[in-house]
Design a protein around this ligand. Sequence first.
Ligand SMILES: *[C@@H]1O[C@H](CO)[C@@H](O)[C@H](O)[C@H]1NC(C)=O
Length: 178
Amino acid sequence: MKFTLITTVSILSTLASGLALPDLTPRGAVIRPDIAIVIKEDFPTTSFPTTTAEVSRSNGQHNVKTLLAFTVPACTGKCTVSFSDATTATGSRRMQFFTTGSPPTDGNTWTSKPYTNIHKGTFTTSSSGAGAATVVEDFGLTFDCPSTSTKYGFEVQPVWDNDSVTWDIKKAGFIITC
Ligand SMILES: *[C@@H]1O[C@H](CO)[C@@H](O)[C@H](O)[C@H]1NC(C)=O
């Protein structure tokens, strides 16, 4: 469903600008995260490596974010980041997706982690969490695939005062397709 809207917007923008915009449709090969590390404002020096990723915020406080690392094999063409099938989703159900200065590693914490780098896009899950999340901002969710196997780091942040999204990195959530 979401891709219908994106496609329409892309066509209109393309007509307006004359530039080809990225195709956000997931591609053939699915790459899941190598690791997820939850980091918590309330536990700033504790690392929470997990397969249940989480972003949350409660009344503007108690921030929880997730760091992700992906190894993308050599492939040709374009790679695209997408999100589907949250386990739970309440509040704004919105997630901002950033690159990190280097890939995260086990042991990272709220206060000790790679720096937050570039805001690549923002996703909103459905009200139940099921299905593909809607891309509400795209600042570069599609990129040239690497010509040699490359590790990428990302940080996912909550949006607005109340937000909670969890997902199982082994079967859902953020993936890269190429
Ligand atoms: C967030 O939730 C709190 C209660 O936990 C509520 O008082 C507040 O109004 C909510 N904020 C928004 C923006 O919905």
